[in-house]
Every structure is written in structure tokens, then in C-alpha cells.
Write a protein that binds this ligand. Structure first.
Ligand SMILES: [Zn+2]
Length: 446
């Protein structure tokens, strides 16, 4: 009797679960396209959190700023729900890029190795933004009910039903297991052609020559892109002869569109900074000859293009790497001319750390917005510890726990801090206020 009852109860629970799964899937068809901008951002945030936990990402204010500026050039001509774009930098020398709902664009370091012109990078980014704008991920979830899209579906469902529920943690767990399989975000051939067409229009409207985009795909097809295997990209973006012949008439002979030369110069400088050959022979030769003192070569460039913020930041970085304090002075000067520029502020913070000027680094850190990249928080924590600033230390410990999906532990941590005597009252109050503010923001985002 007991056994039967137990079995029956288990069976009922099982049925209930099945039913709720069915309900979730039913909700999809009606609600997916109706996702609000905030819900999309939430999906993007959760997805990024999972991705950061497993993939090799890196924190680089210079590359991040550059990629974001290219994306911002394109975004007014992309059908996005919001202009707020998050860039994930992946520490992988293979050629690859991806996009996720909520304007998350992932960019492999390898793009700066294999590509040789900024128009080519613009082409890849336009293609990715087109996937986002055309709702391709959502359409994939609906059209093919395969394993990978169901994983994404479970995150979406969890967000729609109850953003802080246990379903969300389950969804995250499932997602994290399959997230890195490259097929997870693959699109259909039709969607690829559509992303090409929409991407090409986006480039033209943004005054970027689309020939660069054709170049990339032509090279991808020919397998002639350097020594790095482009296989990963082709797996997630199936390339066919049809795609290329569809792209060709739309992209070649577009000489009337001239991309501003500055963007490509910046592209070349980033390549050089990563130790890759560029189209600037003078810089390449100089860097080869002065491997231990590259700042000399950056100075030559800086003399010609002293009003370029990215270049002066790279020049300052090379000075700081050679323990030359004038790098700090250059960044301070740039910050005066460009107040609130995140790239300069972040780079200056890194510079202060290099010179062990932790309290100055902390001051800048307090002005920087929170970054999704956990490496940013690791830097923040170590700075706070070095500067012996207990509030920051506590705040970033809280953020670490929160961002790694341990919301409960984060709350418990704050409770513990508030009880602990080693923190002064002001710190306790500030932390409590910060915690409340954070929970409110998270609440509002749902
Ligand atoms: Zn694609």
C-alpha cells in the first residue's frame, strides 16, 4: 500500500513535471517573439554569465572599445531592440564570431590574426548583428526542435516564468553543459543567406564598403585564411556556393563607398599590438628591430596621428610596460581631453596597478561601471585587497558570487559581513545599500 502510494505520488510528480514542460513549450510559440527588450537583455546576461564561466575570455579595454565602436557604427542600421551591445572577447586564435539574443556579440582574438582590413571585420560584425536583428536564434528555437535549441529554450522559458526560480538554475546547468559545442548556435542555410543580405544593406547604409565582407567569405571558402583553421566558423555559419554567388553582385564594384581610413589604421595598430604583421611596413620593421623597446615604434606612429585616442592609449601602454611613468601622464592628459572615456580610464587603472599605485587605481575603479567580464572583477578584487579597502573587497566578493550564479551565497555573504565586527559601520552600511540597489536593479530588469 505504502509502496503503491509512494509510486503513485512519484508518478503524479512526474506527470506534473511533464505537464509544466509542455506548458513551457506551448508558451514559447506565443511569447518568444513578444520578448521585451529587457527580457532579451536578461537572456543575454544569463547566457554571457554561463559563457564566461567556461570559455577562455580576456579583458582588454582597447580591443573591446574598438569592436564596440565598429558595432555602434552599424547598430543604427540594424533592427535591434536596444542599442546596448555587449562584446565578449574570446581568447582563441581561430577565426570565429557569434551572436546571442540580447545584443551579445562574441569575437575571437583570431579575427585580428586572419583578417587584414577593418572592412572585413565590419562584414563579420554586420552578419552577426543581422542574425540578432532578424531574430534568427528565436526562429531556430521554434523551427528545429533539436537538443541545442531546446537548451536555449529552457533559459528563455525560465526567464519568462520566474526569473529567480530554481528552473533558472536548472536551465543554466543544462545550458552550460552544451554551450561550448559549436553547433549549439548554428543557423540554417536560409538564415545565413538572409544574414548576408541584411548585413550587406547594413554596411552600405553605414557607409562601409561591403567588398570586405565578400573577401572574407571568399577566403573562408577557399580555405586560404592564414594558418588558422576557419572550420569552427563554417560549422556555425554554413557557407555554400549559393551564398557566395548571392553575395557577389551585392558587394563587388562598390567603389563609391569609401570607409573612413582611420578605422583601418586602428585595425592595423591592434594587429601590431597582438604581434601580427600589418599593412604598415614602417611599424612592422620597427617592432621587429625593437622587440624590447616597442614604445619607440609607437611613438613614431603617435607623432603622425597624435589626435587618435586608440593609438595614444597603445603608445601609453607600451611606455608603462617599459616602466616609463610618462605613459601614465599621457593617459591622464588624454582623460582630460576625453573625460569619462572608459578605455582610457580602464587603461589608466591598469597602469596604476603596474606601478603599484593601488589607491589611485581604486579611485578609478569606483568610477568605472560594473563589467560582465569576471576578469574585470578579479582585477578589482586584487586592487581592493592591495589598497586595503574593505568595502570594495566586500563589494566585489559579493559581485563574484552573484555573477557566477550563486545569488543565495551572495546574500548570505552580505548578511555575514553585516554581522562581522572587522568591518566598520560605514562599510557595513555602504555594502547593505549597494546590495539593496543591486537587488532592485536585478528586480527591475526582470
Ligand atoms: Zn551566420
Amino acid at each position: 500500500m505504502t509502496t503503491y502510494k509512494g509510486l503513485n505520488m512519484r508518478f503524479t510528480t512526474f506527470l506534473k513535471r511533464q505537464f509544466s514542460c509542455l506548458l513551457i513549450l506551448l508558451m514559447f510559440t506565443t511569447q518568444l517573439f513578444a520578448l521585451t527588450s529587457q527580457q532579451r537583455q536578461q537572456v543575454g546576461k544569463i547566457w554571457s554569465r554561463s559563457f564566461y564561466q567556461q570559455a577562455d575570455t580576456f579583458y582588454d579595454p582597447i580591443i573591446e572599445d574598438y569592436v564596440l565602436r565598429l558595432l555602434n557604427d552599424l547598430s543604427p542600421n540594424a533592427k535591434l531592440f536596444s542599442r546596448d551591445i555587449h562584446v565578449i572577447l574570446v581568447d582563441d586564435t581561430n577565426l570565429n564570431a557569434f551572436s546571442v539574443i540580447g545584443n551579445v556579440i562574441g569575437v575571437n582574438k583570431g579575427l585580428f590574426y586572419d583578417l587584414n582590413h577593418s572592412d572585413q571585420l565590419y562584414g563579420i560584425l554586420a552578419h552577426e548583428l543581422a542574425h540578432v536583428g532578424q531574430n534568427h536564434l528565436i526562429r531556430s528555437v521554434e523551427e528545429n526542435k533539436n537538443k541545442s535549441t531546446i537548451m536555449l529554450a529552457s533559459i528563455l522559458a525560465a526567464i519568462l516564468i520566474s526569473p529567480e526560480s530554481s528552473e533558472l538554475s536548472t536551465a543554466l546547468l543544462v545550458t552550460s553543459q552544451g554551450l561550448l559545442q559549436s553547433q549549439a548556435l548554428a543557423f540554417s542555410r536560409e538564415m545565413e543567406v538572409e544574414a548576408d543580405r541584411v548585413g550587406i544593406d547594413m554596411l552600405k547604409h553605414s557607409n562601409v564598403n561591403p567588398t570586405g565582407m565578400y573577401d572574407v567569405f571568399l577566403k573562408l571558402q577557399a580555405g586560404s585564411l592564414g594558418y588558422n583553421m576557419p572550420g569552427e566558423y563554417l560549422m556555425t555559419h554554413p557557407l555554400t556556393i549559393n551564398r557566395l554567388s548571392d553575395m557577389r553582385p551585392r558587394t563587388i564594384n562598390q567603389n563609391e563607398i569609401q570607409t573612413p581610413i582611420g578605422k583601418n589604421l586602428e585595425f592595423q595598430w591592434i594587429k601590431a599590438r597582438l604581434g601580427q604583421p600589418t599593412s604598415i611596413k614602417q611599424l612592422d620593421d620597427c617592432l621587429k628591430e625593437n622587440q624590447n623597446a616597442p614604445s619607440k615604434c609607437w611613438q613614431q606612429q603617435y607623432k603622425i596621428h597624435s589626435n587618435n585616442i586608440l593609438l595614444s592609449t597603445i603608445y601609453a601602454e607600451s611606455l608603462i610596460a617599459q616602466k616609463d611613468q610618462s605613459g601614465i601622464e599621457l593617459l591622464k592628459l588624454q582623460l582630460k581631453i576625453n573625460p569619462n572615456n572608459l578605455m582610457i580610464m580602464s587603461q589608466l587603472m591598469l597602469g596604476y596597478i603596474e606601478f603599484e599605485q593601488y589607491s589611485l587605481a581604486v579611485k578609478l575603479l569606483q568610477q568605472l561601471p560594473d563589467h560582465r567580464n569576471p576578469q574585470f572583477h578579479q582585477i578589482a578584487i586584487s586592487v581592493a585587497i592591495q589598497a586595503n579597502n574593505s568595502f570594495l573587497q566586500a563589494k566585489h566578493q559579493f559581485l563574484q558570487l552573484w555573477h557566477s550564479g550563486h545569488a543565495q551565497e551572495a546574500m548570505a555573504y552580505v548578511d555575514r559581513i553585516v554581522l562581522l565586527n572587522e568591518f566598520d559601520l560605514a562599510t557595513k552600511n555602504r555594502l547593505r545599500a549597494f546590495y539593496q540597489q543591486y537587488v532592485n536593479v536585478q528586480g527591475a530588469a526582470n
